[in-house]
Design a protein around this ligand. Sequence first.
Ligand code: PRP
Ligand code: URA
Length: 216
Amino acid sequence: MSHGQFPNLIVSRHPAIGHKLALLRAETTEPKKFRELVREISWLVGYEALSDARLRDIRVRTPLEETGGVELADRIGLVPILRAGLGMVDAMLELMPTAQVWHLGLFRDERTLQPVEYYNKLPDSATVDLCLILDPMLATGGSATAAIEVLKNWGARRIKLINLIAAPEGVAAVEKAHPDVPVHTAALDRQLNEKGYIMPGLGDAGDRQFGTGHTD
Ligand code: PRP
Ligand code: URA
């Protein structure tokens, strides 16, 4: 469902997403379960984000006769933002088995909250029709905005951002810098806290997937 305050934001409203989100947020959810939930919610949000993907007509032979069918015509590139976006890749590949995957490493400097690029596995030129940036968290929007800039400079024309939880500050920042990029998310949360964490959020998505720490 699109959101009145943010024209480019699509917040998924499916009951299954709501149920899984509460489990994802719970501090008692351990990394194994957390990874499963990231994967399941990514699948559901990704499914919605692909609703306008382009198709082409094909012929298919059933055991009984030949009939018409369709296949995905868009060449799709998945761009997970390391680390936390890694947990979204498998679900998206289940939806789009022919998608290519390009890893982009960005981390937020904890002091300045500015994104720092440390890994870029994009090929020399854009070879796809649609790029889906995968990152569970949209906080200040610094990482997403930087990732979109990298992709645009590289030649990507259609880009969508796929998140699980977004803060209003981050959505506003992406809309301002890149009004042509739709943002799909499972939840729009209240605000950022003074350390740049999404409230109520889920804590640190990378740490919770990979069991590497606590937010305090
Ligand atoms: C998290 C998250 C986003 C970024 C969001 O990554 O996965 O990439 O923060 O914050 P922003 O919108 O303010 O830029 P983090 O920097 O913690 O790296 P990690 O995934 O390696 O833990
Ligand atoms: N990154 C996270 O993993 N969580 C937040 O709340 C903000 C940025």
